[in-house]
Write a protein that binds this ligand. Structure first.
Ligand SMILES: Cc1cc2nc3c(=O)[nH]c(=O)nc-3n(C[C@H](O)[C@H](O)[C@H](O)COP(=O)(O)O)c2cc1C
Length: 327
């Protein structure tokens, strides 16, 4: 179903699809994606099963909600131009949002020049108790963002986001003139227009995270759009410790890029993330099994995470600390 754009490789690491945008790949030489995979492979786990077993609680408390796992499903747009249209954007959106809810994780959906994608996300959020975080493009027109933020708040959305790293994303085609970077003041105007929390997606430096905090964001998603917006960026998890050190507990920090297993989730949390975001494999799951596929994939990741916690002596997410990994 996914040919030719996604080969459903055994290891989803950007090797086969590099440079394929539109498509599922990372930009140019693909290095911003492969750097994520390589960095994660250099982080090692410290095995320790000598402790009083209190079980392994994977619950994440965030934005006033309790989730079963610290896993967010990433916004992925364009089933037609990035994949091959075997499933529609509607099927994808509803498979993702319903499957995520069934598994107890939080989904995100996207936005593009065509209002339909945003509206689908809103419809899915309304159907699922607001449990969908719509990720708006960084439209130059701040009033458009504010209008949509108010609409999402009225619809009961738990939070909203903006992929600020799409500021110069070539895949936006003729809409590229409508998007761009945003100042702290513009972001503050947006965050203060509503009460629901706002996440800035595509932050890769401590300075960027400090600016997000200044702008009133609730959190940052440490991300390069799966390597799709720039080449030669460091692995996203590589910069998580410095971002955490810069912002302390003032912001939620979400690690996004090449996270593929419970082991990777554990590493990201030990490096300082509150949660992880995972993209492409959820699309594979939805092609294979719709909402059920999405839920099964999330459950499988959660089971793997629980096993790593057992093998390293972490009773809950707060117990996933830096001393449990080795660089
Ligand atoms: C085909 C494709 C489409 C994407 N569309 C969006 C989007 O519309 N909005 C967005 O914020 N991120 C988008 N992303 C980036 C993902 O949200 C996420 O950051 C990335 O896929 C994470 O890396 P992973 O796939 O290695 O887990 C897209 C990624 C891919 C591969």
């Amino acid at each position: 179903m996914m040919r030719p754009n996604c080969r459903v490789c055994k290891v989803c690491n950007g090797a086969a699809c590099k440079g394929e945008i539109p498509g599922t790949g990372a930009m140019g030489d693909g290095s911003s994606w492969t750097n994520c995979t390589e960095f994660l492979s250099r982080v090692k786990l410290n095995l320790d099963t000598v402790y009083e077993n209190r079980g392994q609680d994977t619950t994440l408390e965030i934005f006033g909600h309790s989730f079963k796992y610290p896993i967010f499903a990433a916004p992925i747009g364009g089933m037609n131009h990035n994949y091959n249209g075997a499933i529609t954007d509607r099927d994808w959106t509803f498979s993702l949002v319903r499957g995520a809810k069934a598994a107890g994780i939080l989904p995100f959906t996207g936005d593009n020049g065509n209002d339909a994608q945003y509206e689908l996300g809103l419809e899915a959020a309304k159907e699922n108790e607001g449990l969908n975080v719509i990720t708006l493009k960084p439209w130059r027109d701040n009033d458009k963002l504010i209008r949509r933020a108010k609409e999402m708040e009225a619809a009961g959305c738990i939070a909203f986001a903006c992929d600020i790293d799409a500021a110069g994303f070539v895949n936006m085609g003729r809409d590229i003139s409508q998007i761009g970077p945003k100042s702290v003041e513009e972001l503050r105007e947006l965050t203060s227009s509503v009460k629901i929390p706002f996440l800035l997606k595509g932050v890769m430096t401590a300075k960027g995270a400090e600016k997000a905090a200044e702008a009133g964001c609730a959190g940052v998603i440490v991300s390069t759009h799966g390597g799709r917006v720039i080449q030669s960026a460091p692995g996203t998890c590589e910069v998580v410790p410095e971002i955490r050190a810069a912002v302390g507990d003032s912001l939620k920090v979400i690690a996004d890029g090449a996270i593929r297993s419970g082991t990777d989730i554990f590493k990201a949390l030990a490096l300082g993330a509150d949660a992880v975001m995972i993209g492409r494999p959820f699309v594979v799951a939805a092609h294979g099994g719709g909402a059920e596929g999405v839920a099964l994939y999330a459950e499988s990741l959660g089971g793997q995470l629980r096993n790593v916690m057992l093998m390293t002596g972490a009773a809950d997410l707060a117990g996933i600390t830096a001393d449990k990994i080795r660089l």
